[in-house]
Write a protein that binds this ligand. Structure first.
Ligand SMILES: Cc1ncc(COP(=O)(O)O)c(C=O)c1O
Length: 365
């Protein structure tokens, strides 16, 4: 067991989670029942937003947010190159035009000072769980969407991530490696009833009920999808949400321990949260000089590190952006050196020591 593989991220499930899912499975409603709205209310209360709308994945939630925002085809929406492709794809889904802005090497987040008045929208990703400081925007695009897939439980001087104090909508992902999980799942929070209504229609085929014409009657007023979350997923999410603050606390403790244990090694530690911010530590991305050697060496020792991310402008699908590797120098320089070390609430000190010892061996050899 001691040498079992250690993943970079992993869900933390207990008997309460299993019991919550089982209870729904034994009930009448597996989907479109009462637990989804319960989970939505719990997330809204947790982050301090007026509304929360559940989706079948973070990607579906991003699609919903881009749709509800009313971005027009051809409008420019800026985002970071150092993210998962879904942050950028949601811009394309609605026909808007993605544009990439380089990262700030001090935070690894998008450099908001470079957002120009030409941008109609912004998808701001809180990379690794470190919130983007939205106060740094010099010119606020009409639509600001936070991609908080990494950062449920993180906070800023203007409140918890997800309260939409400085944005229109915030998107969360509940994939198993994320701060809490529903298997697959996502959520959009907002303070706008108009956005919330649009999001609800969009995830349910564009259906608008028309009970005044009869209890069966509905109209389909716009193109929508089946992006619904099931009640089984919502039950798991509700149960997980009760443990969110413990999870984030544990992630921060693991990060602190890495910082202590890795002090004298020749690597760059991840950016820390500034005063007033709480880091979510979804990831612990260090930067090393010989990334290939370090990555392969750790993997060979059963440590399943990962690289977050191959930058968006390196992917073939984004060739139309007219950017090549090297064109966003801060992002490209970071990417060449990034390795995400294991971090998740159930990571043991012993497993963490294995990571640190392996890194030491590889870096001094
Ligand atoms: C930054 C970011 N945005 C969006 C997503 C998409 O979320 P999901 O996997 O729930 O569709 C992810 C998931 O990996 C992500 O890391």
């Amino acid at each position: 067991m001691t040498n079992a593989r250690v993943p970079y991220g992993h869900q933390s499930l207990d008997e309460d989670d299993l019991a919550a899912v089982r209870q729904v499975m034994l009930s009448d409603r597996l989907t479109q029942g009462p637990v989804v709205p319960e989970f939505e209310t719990a997330v809204a209360n947790s982050v301090g937003s007026r509304f929360a709308v559940a989706f079948s994945s973070g990607t579906a939630a991003l699609h919903g947010a881009a749709f509800a925002s009313g971005l027009h085809p051809g409008e420019v929406v800026v985002t970071t190159p150092l993210t998962f492709i879904a942050s950028l794809n949601c811009i394309r889904y609605v026909g808007a035009r993605p544009a990439l802005i380089d990262i700030d090497p001090a935070t690894l987040n998008i450099d908001l000072t470079q957002v120009s008045e030409a941008a109609a929208g912004l998808v701001a990703v809180h990379y690794a769980g470190l919130p983007v400081d939205l106060r740094k925007l010099r010119s606020r695009p009409r639509i600001v969407i936070e991609d908080a897939s990494h950062s449920l439980g993180a906070s800023t001087p203007y409140g918890p991530v997800g309260n939409c104090a400085l944005s229109d909508m915030t998107v969360f992902s509940f994939h198993p490696v994320k701060p809490i999980t529903t298997g697959e799942g996502g959520m959009v929070t907002t303070n706008s009833s108009v956005f919330a209504e649009s999001l609800r229609r969009f995830r349910n085929h564009g259906i608008t009920p028309q009970p005044q014409k009869g209890a069966w009657c509905y109209d389909v007023t716009e193109l929508g999808y089946n992006y619904r979350m099931t009640d089984m997923q919502a039950a798991l999410g509700l149960s997980q949400l009760r443990k969110l603050s413990c999870f984030v606390e544990r992630r921060n403790a693991i990060a602190d321990r890495y910082r202590t244990l890795l002090t004298n090694l020749s690597l760059l530690l991840p950016p820390e949260a500034e005063m007033g911010f709480r880091h979510g530590y979804h990831l612990f991305p260090v930067r090393v000089d010989n990334r290939r050697q370090v990555f392969d060496g750790l993997r060979a020792r059963g440590l399943d590190v990962q690289v977050h991310y191959v930058p968006a402008h390196h992917h073939g699908v984004n060739i139309d952006l007219g950017l090549r590797p090297g064109d966003l120098p801060n992002c490209d320089a970071a990417y060449d050196r990034l390795v995400s070390l294991p971090i998740f609430p159930d990571l043991t000190d012993r497993q963490q020591d294995r990571v640190v010892n392996a890194l030491r061996t590889i870096l001094v050899s």
